[in-house]
Design a protein around this ligand. Structure first.
Ligand SMILES: C[S@@+](CC[C@H](N)C(=O)[O-])C[C@H]1O[C@@H](n2cnc3c(N)ncnc32)[C@H](O)[C@@H]1O
Length: 271
């Protein structure tokens, strides 16, 4: 279960008292925050309550400014490389092999994806994203790293029903920093459908912003969940979710859950 002594998870960033304290500590961030809040309000009004349409518009605006910053971690190329490497190395330590077949949900501009594409056998990487703008950047990443021969699939989606993908195909499904930007109904839709495309013995790793206090969201961009909410949701869809303790030791603000079919495949030990 979640590590003890970690103090960052009890804060409710949506509360006025938290925001006031934060503003006092970082006065230089007030103007950018107000600008972002105004932009987000306008985009929310335009998308009329459709979260995917709203977040797609956020991504279009952020990508136009900086594709690196649009996928989180700021505009620095070094940070972009380091966060991608962290995701890749973690899965390698958990037994990822070239023969695995990976679905990456919210693949962004392939911060980790280019490493997976380079490592996996040709045709074994499938990336989906709601943002056409970031997928154009993903294509640029493929060109930059000369990965044309690896034949990855990149597809825009507007929901997570995954209905265009085959049964039991993917041995690894991966969503890094996607549910941290998703309301519960989006996560629910994903968990309702991911079991169908997951191969026996396969797993679905996703990160999320963990809170041990009340669940909350900020600007409908960042969503904070209690671990038990997500574990329960997975169980409701016949899946088992396990908290990944070893991920907590990495320099990353989010936590990670690993979802598997509830009945482990008798022929293959869980990774
Ligand atoms: C913070 S970025 C992370 C991208 C990538 N996973 C990485 O680590 O670099 C989140 C990505 O998820 C995408 N996204 C957000 N909600 C999504 C959804 N419901 N379905 C698919 N992609 C989504 C965004 O467009 C964005 O590219």
């Amino acid at each position: 279960m979640p590590r003890s002594g970690y103090t960052g998870t009890g804060r409710d960033r949506s509360r006025a008292a938290y925001k006031a304290g934060y503003a006092l500590r970082h006065p230089e961030r007030i103007v950018p925050y107000v600008r972002r809040a105004g932009r987000d309000l306008w985009l929310r009004l335009r998308s009329r309550g459709d979260h995917v349409a709203y977040y797609r518009a956020v991504m279009a605006s952020d990508t136009a400014r900086s594709p690196e910053a649009a996928v989180g971690g700021g505009p620095s190329r070094e940070r972009w490389l380091a966060i991608g490497r962290m995701q890749f190395d973690y899965l390698l330590r958990h037994g990822l092999g070239p023969g695995d077949r990976m679905l990456e949900i919210g693949c962004g501009n392939l911060r980790a994806g280019w490493r997976f594409i380079e490592y996996l056998e040709p045709g074994h990487y499938y990336g989906v994203d709601i943002s056409p703008d970031i997928l154009v950047e993903a294509k640029r990443t493929l060109v930059r790293y000369g990965l044309q021969e690896r034949m990855p699939y990149l597809t825009p989606v507007d929901d997570l029903r995954l209905d265009f993908l085959p049964d039991g195909w993917f041995t690894v499904v991966h969503a890094h920093s996607v549910f941290s930007h998703s309301p519960l109904e989006v996560i629910d839709e994903c968990l309702a459908n991911v079991g169908r495309v997951l191969a026996p013995g396969g797993f679905f790793d996703f990160t999320y912003d963990r809170t041990e206090g009340p669940e909350h969201q900020v600007l409908r961009e960042d969503f904070y969940y209690r671990t038990e909410t997500l574990v329960r949701l997975a169980r409701r869809h016949g899946l088992r979710a396990r908290f990944m303790e070893d991920w907590e030791r990495l320099p990353h603000g989010q936590s990670k859950l690993r979802v598997t079919h509830r009945l482990p495949d008798a022929d293959r030990a869980p990774r």
